[in-house]
Design a protein around this ligand. Structure first.
Ligand code: EPU
Length: 441
């Protein structure tokens, strides 16, 4: 199977990109659509590997979830007939654990394996399990089988305050709460715009979910009904990748459609380092190279901070900036898989120890004082990169290595591109349309 790209770097990339639908909205809304007793039509679903995996997984449970047109998926949860999620399928896609919501409402009892997903840290679901228990769901993990058994004896109700923020945790508890037996309040919830989109979908179908900052109030309803197709917003992570690509190759790109507020912290950083940013309309932004870049410091954070998903791409940009840049990863405990690979191209990057006063609070993962972490890197620039043979270990690292290969002099081979294709649609075509020399082999 073709699973590599061959890239000839060193070209200035220029043009326009129309973003695909957001992976991290599409996956959750497809699962949420299983809560309705009807066919649900979803538009602007990206044709990416994670979506294909999820549709396959849902199909294996007996429900309908399939592409009806290029970017239209039809979901029908009425035929769900299995309450046990297959380990093999689930291991391939992290959001599989969100199936707890439709399965519990359908069967009261279900079995879901410990989730898979990108290798970017331990990624436990302890806060989510705790939250489910607080809402009245019985849930136990069987370490022999690797499965959680969950039971909903009475419909959920109550209050849960997340000890630390979790994006998909917030989303799952929202889904589990829509048909509760009484009002549910969630506190210290995540603020990502992707969550707002899930809430928009559920509310359009009749749910009663209100957000007030990090507090969410859910008034139960009996049934969800949606009489119109729902359109998925575009992918802001893809926007960041193409913005960085254009500026790193000293070119320019006009990106549509992207809401500037959703990437505000990125726009600020781009301006700070001397990249050109021009907001041309409500959902149109031009990014361009306008002269030597300055170094920067990044501390990743949940929204509205600088997202963890963006730091790998940012690291390549900083190899082209003058001076020492620092990136502190606060959200995941293993999101620097690309460092070793970038070094192969001549990047001057080192892990650095940065003392943190209260690590248990500073980091968003569950900090263990007995464990050794590598959470910060220093990038010395500007550095001329050369071609090399690279391997992708996780999704965002994948885009990072390709950006690096596109700015490097000479030829590179990037292996493991099916990981990139978990989250980026038509990547080769899009890069080619900007003038990049990239082929799948
Ligand atoms: N965490 C726990 N226990 C929990 C839940 C989370 O320790 O019960 C930890 C995680 O391991 C992580 C931190 O808390 O260290 C934050 O995790 P969070 O739950 O917020 O992340 P996620 O829901 O697993 C989603 C996106 C990620 C994105 C993050 C941050 C999806 C499918 N995934 O992950 O997207 O980086 O939120 O916004 O929505 C990607 O698209 O490449 C990707 C990894």
């Amino acid at each position: 199977m073709e699973n590599s790209f061959i890239i000839k770097g060193g070209k200035l990339l220029k043009g326009a990109i129309t973003l695909s639908g957001a992976k991290n909205v599409a996956l959750k809304v497809i699962i949420a659509a299983l809560l309705l007793d009807q066919e649900v039509t979803l538009k602007n679903i990206p044709r990416i590997n994670d979506v294909h995996e999820l549709l396959h997984l849902i199909g294996s449970l007996g429900a309908k979830a399939e592409f009806a047109a290029e970017h239209t998926v039809v979901v029908d949860g009425r035929t769900l007939r299995l309450n046990r999620v297959d380990l093999l399928h689930a291991a391939k896609i992290r959001v599989s654990f969100m199936l707890f919501a439709p399965l519990l409402y359908k069967f009261s009892l279900c079995y879901v394996p410990n989730p898979g997903g990108c290798r970017i840290g331990a990624r436990p679901i302890d806060r989510i399990v705790e939250g489910m228990k607080k809402l009245g769901i019985t849930i136990e993990y069987d370490s022999d089988t690797g499965y959680y058994q969950a039971q909903m004896k009475t419909k959920p109700a109550g209050f849960y305050r997340f000890p630390k923020i979790t994006h998909t945790g917030t989303e799952l508890l929202i889904m589990l709460s829509v048909f509760g037996r009484d009002k549910i309040i969630l506190e210290n919830t995540a603020l990502e715009p992707e969550i707002d989109e899930l809430v928009r979908f559920l509310n359009l179908a009749g749910a009663k979910i209100q957000k007030n900052g990090k507090k969410i109030f859910i008034t139960p309803v009996e049934k969800l009904i949606l009489n119109q197709p729902f359109e998925i917003i575009t992918d802001r992570n893809e926007a960041i990748t193409f913005a960085v690509l254009a500026v790193a190759t000293k070119g320019e790109v006009t990106i549509s459609s992207i809401t500037p507020e959703n990437i505000q912290s990125f726009l600020q950083k781009m301006k700070e380092v001397g990249a050109g940013v021009e907001v041309l309309g409500k959902t149109l932004i031009r990014f361009y190279y306008k002269g030597p870049l300055r170094s920067s410091q990044i501390h990743t954070q949940p929204h509205p901070g600088f997202m963890t998903d963006w730091q790998p791409n940012w690291a390549v940009l900083m190899t082209q900036a003058k001076g020492d840049s620092l990136i502190y990863e606060r959200v995941f405990e293993n999101r620097f898989s690309y460092v070793e690979e970038l070094r192969k191209l001549g990047a001057d990057i080192d892990f650095v120890k940065v003392p943190v006063i209260n690590p248990a609070e500073y980091f968003f993962f569950n900090f263990n004082p007995n464990k050794k972490y590598n959470q910060a890197i220093k990038i010395r620039g500007p550095q001329k990169l050369h071609g090399g043979a690279l391997s992708i270990a996780d999704l965002r690292a994948g885009a990072t290595l390709i950006i690096a290969a596109l700015i490097a002099e000479g030829e590179s081979v990037v292996n493991g591109v099916s990981i990139l294709e978990r989250g980026y649609e038509n990547f080769v075509q899009k890069v080619t349309s900007l003038g990049g020399d990239i082929k799948k082999i």
